[in-house]
Design a protein around this ligand. Structure first.
Ligand code: SAM
Length: 349
């Protein structure tokens, strides 16, 4: 938020490849302090590069980057500082580790039972050295059913706290963009069509999720980044980790949306036809994955996923794919600015 243009940037996550996004034209957030005498409660300084936000309840000023957690999204309306909001916001209440509750939350099909592990495959060897396959891989769920239950409970906790219902599909809601608008042939420059082998891996991921064989991921809470996602087992390079899901809407209708999780889905010749995925009401684990800081070398080194858009059966989809082997305990990161530098990440850790 320190950058001069940040206040005006539209926070849309952009898959690789993505095109320029429209800017949100300068609407001054009510929460920004106008008075030159106001200083930050925490650093006691007034004017600095970043925004001085004014708490709507206690009237104290806070620099967006002094405040904890850092305020990445300039509020367009009234804003409460951490002290005032903590008296209102319910503390994180862990989702109960009860199998039936988790089955209902994720609408897992009845065939799910805790004893079910991944099917074993015989290893085969060949005397010919195969060229390294660049086919996408389906994720491998954790073998231990209790570990899978803990992973699902962690996601259910984060989703409940964020007021988001679980959906592992793109959703088309009356009043938003219709399914017919999701036409990848409109993509400027074209969109890669998912081939048969990759589609089989994608279908396998979807099918596993419906029976509770979730990707080996844990959602945790970090005081700086909010909810974050960590690998709870080894994830191999080129694995499909998750599809980015949520309600599909026209980008033009979301110009003044305060959300920080919009994902570009379709970039066409006509801006009025561009689409975004909005995971505010419905979504899955993808919406909790962190972004790299595009401005530092350390930030860029953290990237272990890439967001890629595919034409799958005549519709655009955005997938998060591992770009190297990821070890258990590693936090997941991808580049929110897959193509253009529109998402402000200069204060990302
Ligand atoms: C797509 S959301 C990710 C989920 C979010 N952490 C949550 O709790 O809902 C993007 C927001 O997460 C936070 N975030 C993501 N990556 C971050 C990073 N590397 N450092 C600090 N905050 C980060 C920022 O607040 C950002 O606007």
């Amino acid at each position: 938020m320190a950058g001069g243009n940040t206040r005006n940037s539209k926070r849309v996550l952009a898959s690789d490849p993505a095109l320029a996004l429209p800017l949100q034209l300068g609407r001054k957030p009510k929460a920004l302090a106008d008075d030159d005498d106001i200083v930050c409660e925490l650093c006691q300084l007034g004017d600095r590069e970043d925004q001085l936000l004014l708490c709507d309840r206690c009237d104290q000023g806070f620099h967006s980057t002094c405040h904890r957690p850092i305020v990445f999204r300039i509020p367009s309306g009234p804003w409460l500082c951490h002290r005032c909001s903590s008296t209102r916001r319910p503390s994180i209440k862990e989702f109960p580790l009860v199998q039936t509750k988790i089955i209902n939350f994720f609408r897992i099909q009845k065939s799910f039972h805790l004893g079910e592990g991944p099917k074993k495959r015989k290893r085969s060897s060949s005397k010919f050295v195969k060229k390294k396959s660049r086919r996408l891989l389906a994720f491998v769920p954790s073998k231990d059913p209790f570990q899978r239950l803990k992973q699902m409970a962690s996601l259910a906790t984060a989703m409940t706290c964020s007021g988001v219902k679980y959906s592992n599909e793109l959703t088309y809601v009356p009043g938003l963009a219709p399914r017919a608008a999701n036409n990848p042939s409109l993509e400027k420059g074209g969109m890669q069509v998912m081939n048969r082998e990759d589609k089989a891996a994608y279908d396998q991921c979807k099918e596993m999720c419906t029976r509770g064989a979730c990707p080996p991921l844990l959602v945790k809470f970090d005081p700086h980044e909010g909810f974050v996602v960590e690998a709870d087992g080894c994830i191999k390079d080129f694995t499909i980790v998750a599809e980015y899901t949520g309600d599909v809407d026209y980008m033009s209708k979301r110009k003044h949306d305060d959300g920080d999780s919009l994902m570009g889905l379709l970039f066409t010749e006509k801006q009025s036809k561009d689409l975004v995925i909005c995971p505010d009401n419905r979504g899955n684990i993808a919406r909790f994955v962190s972004g790299i800081n595009n401005h530092t070398r350390e930030g860029k080194k953290k990237q272990n996923l890439r967001s890629v858009r595919f034409n799958i059966d005549g519709e655009a989809h955005a997938l998060l794919i591992a770009i190297r082997d990821i070890h258990k305990g590693e936090r997941l990161y991808y580049d929110y600015n897959g193509y253009q530098q529109d998402y402000p990440t200069e204060h990302f850790v």
